[in-house]
Design a protein around this ligand. Structure first.
Ligand code: FES
Length: 161
């Protein structure tokens, strides 16, 4: 007969019961797991609110001569990590949106011939008039960037949504 190892006196393990989990242990695991997920959801929600706050900083993004009638221009606002697109209508109107698709964050481009904002990843379309999704998987509108014109200079003054 094999002698009992010394550690088994301090940490006795019965192999037959090694994988046995009691109902109480399972309930504890489920409650703690649920609390952890609920806490993570609250944290994500708080971070989302902080990020969605409109940024009131005013920054020059270019000049009107850079955007032809019916054309578009890319810029970054409010930080260098936030790509945006400015559209100039045939009537001279200016609209700007975040270039980040609200489906899975691909870059939206302006299809001038179709007169639509287009996301090539999953063929999502957005209205250039208000950034609302018009076709494909996106369900939320593109965040809007407020634009001001001062002579030839164009300024971004805030982000909505
Ligand atoms: S990421 Fe734009 S449609 Fe999917």
């Amino acid at each position: 007969m094999r002698p009992e190892p010394r550690w088994s006196e301090d940490f006795p393990v019965e192999w037959e019961r090694d994988h046995y989990i009691t109902r109480r242990e399972l309930a504890k695991f489920l409650v703690l797991g649920s609390m952890l997920l609920a806490g993570a959801n609250v944290l994500i929600r708080i971070l989302g609110f902080r990020r969605a706050k409109p940024d009131a900083s005013r920054r020059r993004i270019g000049s009107l001569s850079q955007v032809p009638l019916g054309g578009s221009m890319l810029f970054r606002y409010p930080t260098e990590g936030d790509p945006c697109i400015l559209l100039r209508g045939e009537d001279g109107s200016l609209k700007a949106y975040s270039q980040v698709c609200t489906h899975l964050s691909c870059s939206v481009i302006y299809k001038r011939e179709a007169g639509k904002l287009f996301c090539p990843c999953h063929c999502g379309y957005f209205s250039p008039a208000d950034g609302r999704p018009t076709a494909g998987p996106p369900t939320r509108p593109l965040p809007r960037i407020r634009i001001e014109r001062d002579g030839e200079d164009l300024y971004a003054t805030g982000r909505e949504g």
